[in-house]
Design a protein. Structure first.
Length: 434
């Protein structure tokens, strides 16, 4: 019993300190910090890279948005990597003025391998670009994207993640779950850490990298989550990543549970791979650089072990109850804490992020109510992937036909409504004062 008690207390302290740290860091998203100074005044030249596998249904809308960016046309080129395509993705890309590179490799199918193949060629050419941005084929991109990223380069940033918004948040409770997850991560993870001088993470799409940064080694990623892997490699080497709230990209999310299960399983397996390959590097980075930024990166990769510790604590509490070391009331209270954390806190968090970001709540009600199911299913996915990981890449189908003008009109409608609500509030207040 004595050793069980010691183990229980150790687990409690580790879990409490871990989540208290996360809470304190997240709170810094609510504080506005001073902008970084401009170190140079230059319009940089970009290459915009779109890895695409059979994306004929959506790639045209992305390219239309990229062709209409509010940035000098001579200072950016759009490249589409038609990766193992069997449809007319390449033809559509050429018709939309993109430079197309066709790649066929049945063994190395992931986006990471496609980027490696393409960027190796550009490095050998010594291509005349200052930086590159990566987008998924199902994205549409805000017209101010490159201006925002150019400003970050002028501030001395080398790797910057843009704001990943959602183009179909109300299609289903699944897409709503993704939207609530990404909106929460955007503010309470990425922005919070950027405000504090810690490091956000590259998030799959809508990110920018200084071209000179990868010239010595190329784009060398080997896991299913090339974005997280690239982030962790940079953090381990002491490099801080940047964040650009006003570099907005709209991303399509799955609407069916089966697709979501497959996608999130791939992410979890990629996370496990990063845990295996980069935990040592991150720990060595903590010792070498002795910064909170490096320590924070190490804590990120330890998310899955923390989940295991939580289940271990539940098991220890149950064993202590069975051998008479804990009363029924205390055991049930401990179970209740886990239930609240899993099913109640996500609902409150999702409502909070909608209010803070001034987004409408009513269209998201189904997503809010089922958000605990969305996040709870991720726990099951994590357990399944730890027991039986599937390292095979599986394509997620995209087909939501939304143009950038539609997203702009939605934002205008939202701003107009907020403005009207504010005016009505002022009028009502004045009438009450009379």
């Amino acid at each position: 019993m004595k050793y069980l008690y010691i183990l229980q207390q150790a687990l409690i302290w580790i879990i409490v300190v871990f989540w208290l740290y996360q809470l304190i860091i997240s709170a810094c998203a609510l504080i506005k910090f001073k902008e970084k100074p401009i170190l140079k005044n230059k319009k940089h030249k970009f290459m915009l890279i779109v890895p695409a596998h059979n994306e004929s249904k959506v790639v045209g809308n992305l390219l239309e948005s990229l062709n209409n960016l509010d940035y000098p046309k001579e200072l950016y080129d759009v490249y589409v990597i038609a990766d193992n395509c069997t449809d007319n993705t390449a033809e559509i890309a050429r018709n939309n003025n993109a430079i197309v590179y066709e790649r066929f490799n049945e063994e190395k199918k992931t986006k990471g391998f496609a980027l490696q193949w393409f960027l190796d060629q550009k490095i050998k050419e010594n291509a005349d670009y200052d930086a590159f941005c990566v987008f998924d084929a199902d994205n549409i991109v805000d017209s101010n994207f490159l201006n925002a990223m150019n400003k970050k380069l002028c501030q001395g940033e080398e790797v910057v993640q843009g704001y990943r918004d959602i183009k179909n948040p109300t299609d289903s409770w699944i897409s709503a779950g993704y939207a609530l997850f990404y909106w929460t991560m955007n503010r309470f993870y990425h922005l919070a850490r950027y405000n504090l001088g810690l490091s956000p993470l590259i998030n799959g799409t809508g990110f920018m990298v200084d071209f000179n940064l990868i010239k010595p080694t190329g784009w060398n990623t080997i896991t299913l989550t090339e974005d997280i892997e690239f982030s962790l490699k940079n953090i381990a080497s002491g490099r801080k990543l940047g964040w650009a709230t006003d570099a907005i990209v709209y991303d399509e999310q799955p609407t069916e549970f089966k697709q979501s299960w497959s996608q999130r399983s791939r992410w979890t397996v990629g996370h496990i791979q990063c845990l295996k390959y980069y935990t040592k590097d991150l720990a060595e980075g903590v010792v070498e650089y002795r910064t909170l930024m490096n320590f924070d990166g190490l804590l990120y990769i330890l998310g899955l072990p923390m989940m295991i510790m939580t289940f271990l604590l539940i098991g220890v509490n149950t064993v202590m109850y069975l051998i008479g070391g804990m009363s029924t009331g205390v055991l049930l209270f401990n179970y209740l804490k886990y239930i609240v954390a899993t099913f109640i806190v996500p609902i409150l968090t999702s409502i909070a992020i909608l209010i803070i970001d001034k987004r409408p709540i009513r269209p998201m009600l189904k997503g809010i109510i089922l958000f605990p199911v969305f996040m709870g299913s991720w726990i099951i996915i994590n357990i399944k992937c730890m027991i039986k990981p599937n390292t095979k890449w599986e394509k997620i189908e995209h087909g939501r036909d939304i143009k950038i003008d539609e997203m702009k009109n939605k934002k205008k409608t939202k701003k107009s409504k907020n403005s009207n609500d504010k005016e009505e509030s002022i009028i009502s207040k004045n009438e009450n004062n009379k």
